[in-house]
Design a binder for this molecule. Sequence first.
Ligand code: PMP
Length: 384
Amino acid sequence: FGGGRSDKDIVPSKGKPPVTSESVVNLDHGDPTLYEEFWHGTGDRATIVIPGWQTMSYFSDLGGFCWFVEPGFEREVRRLHRLVGNAVVDGYYFLAGTGSTQLFQAALYALSPAEDGTPMSVVSPAPYYSSYPSVTNFLNSALYRWDGDANMFNGDTCIELVCSPNNPDGGIRKAVIKSNSGKTIHDFAYNWPQYTPITEAASHDIMLFTVSKCTGHAGTRLGWALVKDMEVAQKMIKFMELNTIGVSKDSQLRAAKILKAVCDGYELSPASEANRLFHFAQRKMAERWSKLRATVAASGIFSLPNEVSDYCTFAKEKVTANPPFAWLRCHKDGLDDLEAFLRGNKIITRGGPKFGVDEKVVRVSMLDTDEAFNMFIGRIASLK
Ligand code: PMP
């Protein structure tokens, strides 16, 4: 051991390469690098140090409802929901997951009848988040299978995925399938004040959230679920045990510190934007949306969904929604495939067919760096 080893410090990877005037702008993924600027400004308030001897055991909380949940993480999440008012937490079971992506799969497992023999249909109204079909089907499970657009569903029971605000088009959604014996999964990845006016404390059966889109810490790979029914929550825990024997404690501790910094920023510090994450992100998003709307209005070939606003119980004023993605449609004569047209102009986006709709519309991330976003604006401004 040790021969020839260097004792250089471990430095984190840099992520995506920076954009230059010649490079392709990749706005395919919702990589939330917009938030780095805020966290650069928080200093040690969001830093965590984990000594070599800590977080070694598999177990976090053997006396609690879920043995792999770090109590500090659960406490800060509940505190955050009470601060923001976007979801009811009292009376809900709390689970952590490796991103909300893992919890989504745990929820499918928990809601599918075990011994029925036919796979349960999983649906969501088009345009739906492009990962829903692929994540549902990639293991070819006998328990559940993707069945497409919820508005076209005519079977007896199904699991409906309700994403609100919706990825990709920002729509505010309610379940569309009636008399569905409560088999809905509410994906609230974007139900935060920087994206949408908060109008109610939601209280659905299964509600999924993620730090990825709340604070921008996608690399921490941490999500959480609020689950009303104890048996469903227990089945989800079972999935997590079989799938990954729990969830990284290191990630939960880091996320707890990050969420604590967010809550402290509102509850303890003097009110300045440097401490208030949602105000910082809301301002950035609003600036981007007004630039994009002006560019699209001047283009003559593109359009966007209409702007919506509502009274926000968190901001205590009427605010305009700033969706995390632009759902950009093109009306240029003779153009069929917008994703290909934009790729030819060095802009990578995700085309409508991946969301269950046509090729004349694409999804564009609004969460990337200023450099990438401004490059995108400059490029679409020049398209005729
Ligand atoms: N749901 C929606 C609607 C999303 O857009 C995303 C991320 N793109 C996720 C869930 C998954 O997030 P994560 O696994 O990073 O928590």
